[in-house]
Design a protein around this ligand. Structure first.
Ligand code: FAQ
Length: 313
């Protein structure tokens, strides 16, 4: 594989497809990122699922159920996109990548290691977590790997509904009683910094960014996307009448962007090491689900084997 030619090819905005020849480090980078993205969607269902039975109305319950089902679908598209990269040398089949997540070897987004403590947190997850996810994923629609970029187009459409349902929950709370508005403010206080951490470490501390940008997987840097998210979100918080919990947040006339405070990077590193508020609980929930539901998979495989036998005979 001629590395230079490949770089020229992707940098000229051409798409790479599963059967194309590609450098091994490009394949590895994609397997790492797409599978981790899939794990995030699947683990990301847990904080919200905790509120399905406690949604305040039937309408809210239906919207939340639909959102969580969408996330399962996103996880499945993304595992399917990852599997197209399986070549025998780099394991990208679903069992391998999923087991890497269950064993703690592969990451999923730090944000899903925080609990959803109140109904307002469900609003904050939609507004801020889906909002941050979209900011990152709109860029990923233009990534160089065909199956990933096509999956992103559909996922982004659904994420924008998720973002709006979250914002609408908070709008309702903010127009309600003082207690309801306080709940919304507390949710913003809890989720603001963890949402900013979703974009990853600062550019100078991001080991994968350069290669990823060269290969046109990432199209913009962690800091550039984080800045855009802050710029867009400040006005939305003002509209709700909520205060972003950052004393250093200030409009900068010169840069035409908001300046904001330093993120709590120690906390980010602890969450990545498995020491966040819910890391252990999240992994244990997924491990238990795999143990408890193994029989479903075994039954489906036994049925498929029987069907094959029947067709042959
Ligand atoms: N959490 O060198 P970089 C969603 C890791 S989907 C955990 O900057 P990179 C939908 C990173 O993996 C949210 N780990 O890495 C939804 C790397 O470790 P590794 C997920 C993080 O890849 C909403 C190391 O740190 N979205 O929310 C985080 O160039 C609501 C060094 O970092 C995606 O996955 C983090 N926040 O940039 C679902 C989008 N940040 O792998 C349910 C696709 C960094 O070398 C409810 N991914 N790390 O061991 C990406 O765009 C990139 O992978 C980044 C990180 C931007 C996340």
């Amino acid at each position: 594989m001629n590395q230079e030619k490949f770089l020229e090819y992707v940098q000229a905005e051409n798409k790479v497809e599963p059967k194309d020849v590609m450098p091994e480090d490009y394949r590895k980078l994609l397997v790492r990122q797409i599978s981790q993205h899939a794990h995030s969607e699947i683990v990301g269902m847990l904080p919200e699922a905790n509120w399905i039975t406690r949604a305040p109305s039937l309408r809210r319950k239906m919207a939340l159920l639909a959102k969580i089902q969408d996330e399962a679908g996103h996880g499945l598209y993304l595992y399917a996109a990852t599997e197209t990269l399986n070549n025998g040398e780099i394991a990208a089949d679903r069992d391998s990548t999923y087991n890497d997540m269950l064993s703690g070897k592969a990451k999923y987004s730090s944000i899903f290691n925080y609990p959803a403590l109140s109904w307002a947190d469900i609003g904050a997850i939609g507004w801020l977590v889906d909002g941050a996810a979209i900011m990152n994923q709109v860029m990923l629609m233009g990534n160089s790997y065909g199956p990933y970029s096509r999956a992103m187009v559909r996922i982004c459409k659904e994420e924008s509904f998720h973002q709006r349902q979250g914002y609408e929950i908070l709008m309702t709370l903010c127009r309600g009683t003082k207690e309801q508005k306080d709940l919304a403010q507390e949710a913003l206080n809890r989720f603001w910094w963890p949402a900013l951490m979703m974009f990853g470490p600062n550019d100078e501390a991001s080991p994968n960014s350069q290669k990823s940008m060269n290969y046109r997987v990432k199209r913009e840097s962690n800091d550039a996307l984080r800045q855009r998210f802050v710029d867009v979100t400040v006005g939305q918080a003002e509209f709700l009448g909520l205060k972003i919990p950052d004393e250093n947040l200030k409009w900068n006339e010169e840069t035409q962007h908001y300046d904001f405070g330093e993120l709590p990077w120690d906390e980010f590193m602890e969450v990545l090491k498995g020491n966040g508020p819910c890391n252990k609980k999240r992994l244990e929930t997924k491990r238990k689900a795999q143990r408890d539901h193994a029989w479903v998979k075994e039954a489906a495989m036994a049925f498929a084997a029987n069907e094959d036998k029947r067709k042959v005979s």
